[in-house]
Design a protein around this ligand. Structure first.
Ligand SMILES: N[C@@H](CCC(=O)N[C@@H](CS)C(=O)NCC(=O)O)C(=O)O
Length: 238
């Protein structure tokens, strides 16, 4: 039995996409980060870093025969890829390419887009255009230096992907992989904000835009995105 301790955010959607793409059954345990539940002692025991998501698996036990919780989305994706035998190739070069792009996402795209959203969302006069979490945690006022720094770096990172995606259909190699699942929810969530800065984004970054459409058309991606869409009701548990 798999349990996903989570809230509805873009980091969490990487995992709900993977779970749906692999047809895994799983239960959602809501951790309401808008109410600070990530800081509860019971949750800190699962993730000392106090962030969602965490995955547990009754088949994954530690040396004391207790469930070993998995935190960090990159680690969760690798675990699920190994468990399912899907979306992480066995041949050495495609496998390491998948892993390197996965690390690229968690150490570049995620943090930079997160900072971009945090600072740029302070420009929104009407809070209701933002998701609840951003409305609650965004910078208190626009900081021009930070907005410029993180929007410039966001476009640079998308340019890195554009070079790759103008040559092939998916990020790490010819087939879809956990690297695509890691990048998609983040790019989907900032695209509209970035298009306010560059109205020609769909044509300037045509390869990335077409990849987004390819990703959005997949049924596992659709289900995973919908399950943890902003404001989704997680009380039903699946
Ligand atoms: N590097 C972590 C990032 C996780 C993360 O930042 N989660 C956010 C939600 S998207 C969170 O828990 N925020 C609550 C907080 O920062 O207190 C991962 O990939 O799992």
């Amino acid at each position: 039995m798999l349990k996903l301790y989570t809230w509805a955010t873009q980091n969490a959607r990487k995992i709900s996409i993977m779970l749906n793409e692999c047809d895994f059954e799983y239960k959602i345990i809501p951790i309401d980060i808008e109410q600070g539940e990530q800081h509860f002692e019971t949750y800190i025991q699962l993730n000392p870093n106090a962030k969602i998501p965490v995955l547990t698996d009754t088949e994954l036990l530690n040396r004391s025969k207790k469930e070993e919780p998995i935190f960090e989305t990159g680690a969760i994706l690798l675990y699920l890829a190994e468990k399912s035998g899907c979306f992480l190739p066995t041949n050495a070069s495609d496998r390491i390419s998948t892993i390197k792009w996965l690390f690229w996402q968690t150490s570049n795209l995620g943090p930079v887009f997160g900072n971009f959203s945090h600072f740029a969302s302070a420009l929104a006069k009407d809070k209701s255009v933002l998701n609840n979490y951003l409305a609650q945690t965004r910078a208190s006022e626009p900081n021009q230096y930070a907005i410029e720094r993180f929007s410039k770096e966001s476009f640079r990172l998308l340019g890195v992907l554009e070079r790759v995606l103008s040559e092939r259909d998916f990020i790490a190699h010819e087939d879809i992989s956990i690297a695509d699942f890691a990048c998609y929810p983040w790019i989907e969530s900032v695209w509209q904000g970035l298009s306010l800065l560059n109205p020609n984004i769909n044509t300037d970054l045509r390869g990335v835009y077409q990849w987004m459409n390819r990703m959005a058309a997949r049924s596992g991606v659709k289900k995973g995105m919908a399950q943890l869409a902003w404001g989704a009701d997680l009380s039903k548990g699946e």
